[in-house]
Design a protein around this ligand. Structure first.
Ligand code: ATP
Ligand code: MG
Length: 390
């Protein structure tokens, strides 16, 4: 029996004229994500995309798992494809859904007929198939309102498709359909979640990580690679730029007031990240900040950071509690266990004892005049090392 995946796209349906482009993007993303399992042929029929494995030995369990992480999909199901011959459709339904039907006590049949040349109408298909299945599985009764299982029969142009359960998709919009943004990723809990959330809104990602060897270790960078790898299961491939940040940090430490270390460091990060974003054609920055979480994330501190940004900064976690972020890190991105591994981040290297929580912009600007940071920022962006993840 030939099995396929039937995909119902989510918000795409709302996009009117752009729909084709969005669908093409969704298909491209699925192809990329499924490639290592084997080739699939994709076909769009009405608002459904049919993904058909090109060979029998493709692992469909794996494929279904991966499709479940592709953004832009509202729901999908595994389905049996069958010739449009009603007797064959009936026996295929009984065989394909045997286990589910054995385990259920109530069922109903739902039929969709987009091929109007098929000799039976949808109500006729439901009636006939219902009778056939009752006969085959005499323990079942029909319940049209709240059945244990719904047997779906779709008669389409190329074939008939039979499926039971629908699986909820990852939602959101196809990655790439909203453009590209640059994620500032630390090894913490928040930034991978922030990347995931923006990828869900259709942004493809490039990433920047600031490393300060020898204060931060090779292991800390490896941890970031592993975190991003988990994000790529949703976002697709990510180019990570690793910035050598030591010189800038040491200069901040030696030449700026201690209470301003963090704010100035964040302003420097934003400056470097913007140069990289520009090179990468990314239209915004993404951070994992949340109001009030730490000293550098008070409103005045964020204002000081934003003042150096000429492109939008997306902070999808801004109004979230840590618990809510952890919930996503545990149950969606599966990054929590990695994030809590205890490696130092450059942020923790020169943490001031008493950071100023209400810095003014004037003071921040004055505080950073202690050294000539411009060439260092340019150098840091220019010498960043690219690691391709996923
Ligand atoms: P996270 O859990 O993401 O590390 P956090 O709550 O620890 O966040 P901060 O350390 O203040 O908060 O960092 C705030 C944001 O700044 C991070 O979410 C991330 O976007 C960015 N950031 C911090 N450190 C780095 C780094 N070493 N490289 C790149 N971006 C960083
Ligand atoms: Mg951090």
């Amino acid at each position: 029996m030939k099995e396929v995946i039937l995909i119902k796209n989510g918000e795409l349906a709302l996009k009117g004229l752009n729909r084709r482009t969005f669908e093409d993007m969704l298909i491209k993303n699925m192809k990329n994500r499924l490639r290592s399992l084997g080739d699939f042929t994709f076909e769009v029929q009405q608002s459904t995309i049919i993904a058909q494995p090109d060979s029998e030995d493709i692992d469909l369990d794996q494929a279904v798992e991966r499709v479940g992480r592709v953004f832009g999909i509202a729901a999908f199901s595994r389905a049996a494809a069958c010739e449009k011959d009603f007797q064959k459709i009936l026996s295929c339904a009984a065989e394909y859904l045997e286990e589910d039907l054995e385990g259920a006590s109530t069922f109903k049949v739902e039929a969709k007929r987009s091929d109007k040349k098929f000799p039976l109408t949808s109500p006729e298909i439901c009636r006939e198939a219902g009778g056939y299945l009752l006969n085959k599985f005499p323990h079942l009764t029909v319940d049209v309102h709240n059945p244990d299982i719904t047997v779906n029969i779709e008669i389409r142009d190329t074939a008939a498709f039979i499926h039971g359960r629908q699986i909820k998709g990852a939602g959101g919009m196809p990655t790439g359909s909203s453009g590209k943004a640059c994620l500032l990723i630390s090894g913490g809990i928040d930034s991978p979640v922030a990347g995931y959330m923006m990828a869900k809104r259709g942004l493809s990602l490039t990433a920047v990580h600031f490393a300060s060897p020898p204060y931060t270790s090779e292991k800390a960078e490896q941890k970031v690679h592993r975190l991003l790898e988990r994000v790529t299961r949703f976002s697709g491939r990510i180019g990570l730029w690793v910035v050598h940040f030591t010189e800038i940090q040491e200069n901040i430490k030696d030449n700026c007031p201690e209470e301003m270390f963090t704010v100035i460091m964040r302003r420097m990060m934003m400056r470097v990240a913007q140069l990289i974003a520009q090179r990468e054609n990314a239209g915004a920055l993404i951070t994992g900040e949340s109001v009030g979480q730490v000293a550098s994330q008070t409103m005045p501190a964020i204002a000081c950071t934003d003042a150096v940004c000429e492109i939008p900064v997306f902070r999808p976690l801004i109004g979230m509690d840590k618990d809510e972020v952890i919930d996503i890190a545990r149950n969606k991105t599966d990054t929590f266990d990695l994030s809590v591994l205890p490696y130092e981040d450059c942020c923790t290297v020169f943490t001031p004892r008493h950071p100023r929580t209400r810095p003014t912009l004037d003071y921040a600007e004055k505080a950073e005049t202690g050294f000539d940071w411009r060439p260092m920022v340019e150098e840091a962006a220019r010498t960043a090392r690219l690691v391709v993840i996923g």
